[in-house]
Design a protein around this ligand. Sequence first.
Ligand SMILES: Cc1ncc(COP(=O)(O)O)c(C=O)c1O
Length: 401
Amino acid sequence: MVKFANRMTNLKPAAVYELVGEIAKIEAQENRKIVPLYVGNPGKESIPTDKIAEITAEVLSDEEAVKTLLYGPTEGFQPLRNELTAYLAENFGIGTPSDRIIITSGATQAIELCARVFCNEGDTIITENPTFVGSLGSFNGFGINIVGVSMDTDGINLDKLEEALKANPETRFIYVIPNFHNPTSWTMTLEKRKRLYEMALKYKTMILEDDAYRDLRYFGEDLPTLKSMDSEGIVLYAGSFSKVISPGLRVGYLMANERFMDKISAAKQVTDVHTTTLSQKVVYGFMKKYGLEGHIDEIRDIYRKKMQLTFDLLEEHLGDKIEYVKPEGGLYVYCKLPEHIDVLEFYQKGIDMGVAVVYGSAFYVDPGEKSQYFRINFSQPSEAQLKKGIEILGQVMKLFN
Ligand SMILES: Cc1ncc(COP(=O)(O)O)c(C=O)c1O
């Protein structure tokens, strides 16, 4: 009889990723289209396909082409590591002389490596609750005890965090998404960032800062990252090119103090040897030839417009029926339904009528936890799809009045 490893007990496919398959199935079986307001993909118009094609061709025709297709160093393509180190330091004040970068297969792998390197089965980590489902999967996959701490609209609730730290003195790290959090899009205030860092020092734990959305700010000023405050080398910093160039290239990174690097690198080596060199060279070529800043400005303009359109449409079709905090960036709007509406029922009616959002309970440490929220993604749908999708949500809402 086949026996699965214990670590698989709590590892289930995440509802958000499952929806992709489920919705494709419904579309095929019922021969109809469902407006996609669910997955955090970039919009078609913001992926620089022509430039990627051009750089790929160049990379494969230069004298290093064969090397690109051989095994490479586990830590990543050195010119990309250098370029990224400079980009993070110049633009965000991130990194000290004791920090190092390892290129990973998306931020997902950066997070998975932290779980792999720092946690035994049964060890505790603390996360914001709700949080990014991919990370929950990584933590569950290692049999880690995940303690969820609720969020306020200005970030993790620090009183509850302190209670959790007192109750779990051996906490391995605190996992947070301070900028344009997924799913809420809420951003942690500077005051909270400073207090969180102090708390981690006080309780002798580390912080895993997931900054996948850092570059996607459309209004207001950038806030200092936890990593930029990290005089003691306790912040593990995960980033990604998924949201600004392409998720399919699978290029992300982990910045950590040099004293952790040998173990992190050894862990990555047994996972995938190294991140695809071709993808790394494409990202590097893009940064050198076109510059990341200019491209990010362009996509910020696109998403700022789409986010504003989303606010206008929500106002027009759902008006005072829902509550949400207007984010200053990111890819989502996190909407709260009135108490009398069952979110799963609302979601299901949406699918029946032709629009898919994600119900809030999909993002909780305990998937059985009730949530009054649903998440809308505004980057992937076209403006026409946004208009159609949110109009349908308005019709769904009328069924519950
Ligand atoms: C908060 C957060 N972290 C990490 C990721 C994973 O990104 P990547 O494609 O770089 O693995 C996502 C993707 O949606 C995310 O929302």
